[in-house]
Ligand binder design. Structure first.
Ligand code: RBF
Length: 346
């Protein structure tokens, strides 16, 4: 967890500026993407804090879509604000949003947000937060819900290994935008576990780009992974994923997608999509807030059995790209998770 402490320390320095600049910062630093719905005096505006940019990052696009759908349904204004890729600025940015007093609720998503929101909450205890894809209990102003990413990564590792076997390989790859505790402690181990359930001799080549946008660097690294024997690569790198797909396409390797359905990105190269239903979760939890029943202080986890983590098996591009034998093996494994005979707890 040291990583987040460092980020928070850096952000704390900037927080002084935030107090001086007040809400002006909010509109000068970041980009207000869109405002939807009519203002509602009872509900106030719901703010979506995007820690990064939406383009290329499916988790953030789904987040905004879900919140906007709930806002529209309840006639509540939703404002989506992109904080950008400079993570040292995020706390300052979030502080400005809370300081503005404009938001009845601030919704955000990623595993670094609980620590940042908790720090902002200490200064602005009335500000309510809904955090997805992160976890924190005990703060009466924060509700969080995360995904069972052991399940999500296991399903990705299983299909990656089955496809690698077809190409006579015993190595799979994982390309991450950056390292963070959930990546190192949950996603990577879950991925390896899935691959080794196919064959215990599988190893994983884990690489880190250092950002969530550099597709050129991602392609260079992917070429190196493929040259070193990785036959299928899981991408968890936002907009940089495109570079991995290009390298895999040109070299005959395969790609597994994370968070959304990615088969259409490159039919025949993308052979798996291990997804989260963040749009649905964001919609439902925002609606709960607008109805006055979001259980602040609590933290939940949702997975395959609840329908928020899944593997896309019915896409025609999946069916065309992956042999029936492999699809049946993948389907059997998923059925075992669904019926509880394969338990992947965190
Ligand atoms: N995922 C993205 O797709 N795009 C991003 O810009 C992005 N930025 C992140 C920044 C931090 C500090 C952390 C911890 C994660 C980030 N993620 C990003 C990963 C995302 O939250 C999630 O873990 C993955 O999408 C896997 O579900």
């Amino acid at each position: 967890m040291k990583y987040w402490k460092d980020i928070r320390k850096a952000a704390a320095v900037c927080a002084v500026c935030a107090v001086c600049a007040g809400s002006v910062m909010l509109f000068s630093c970041g980009k207000t993407k869109r405002t939807a719905g009519a203002a509602n005096a009872a509900g106030g505006t719901v703010g979506v804090f995007v820690p990064g940019v939406m383009a290329g990052s499916a988790t953030y696009e789904m987040l905004a879509q879900g919140v906007e759908r709930a806002g529209k349904e309840k006639n509540v204004q939703v404002k989506v604000v992109e904080a950008g890729y400079n993570q040292a600025e995020w706390e300052t940015f979030l502080t400005s949003m809370a300081a503005s007093g404009s938001y009845s609720l601030i919704v955000s998503s990623n595993p670094s947000l609980p620590a940042i929101a908790e720090s902002v909450s200490a200064k602005f205890p009335k500000q309510k937060f809904l955090l997805l894809d992160g976890s924190l209990t005990g703060n009466p102003a924060i509700y969080s819900v995360r995904y069972n990413q052991t399940e999500q990564a296991y399903m990705a590792g299983y299909i990656a290994a089955l496809e690698a076997q077809e190409l006579d390989g015993t190595k799979v790859g994982l390309m991450a935008g950056q390292e963070y505790p959930v990546m190192n402690e949950i996603i990577l181990p879950g991925y390896i576990r899935g691959a080794q359930a196919v064959d215990p001799s599988f190893t994983a080549d884990f690489r880190v780009i250092g950002n969530w946008f550099d597709a050129g660097k991602a392609a260079d690294i992917a070429w190196d992974m493929i040259a070193n024997g990785a036959k299928a690569i899981l991408c968890v790198a936002g907009g940089a994923n495109e570079g991995v797909v290009q390298a895999a396409y040109e070299s005959g390797a395969k790609v597994v997608w994370f968070d959304t359905n990615g088969y259409a990105v490159r039919p025949g190269t993308v052979v798996g999509s291990s997804i989260i239903r963040q749009d649905k979760l964001a919609y439902e939890k925002t609606l709960l807030f607008l109805e006055g029943s979001l259980p602040f202080g609590a933290a939940d986890i949702v997975g395959v059995a609840d329908g928020y983590v899944d593997f896309v098996e019915d896409d025609p591009d999946y069916i065309a790209a992956v042999s029936q034998t492999i699809r049946e093996k993948q389907a059997d494994m998923i059925a075992r998770i669904r019926n509880g005979s394969l338990v992947l707890q965190e």
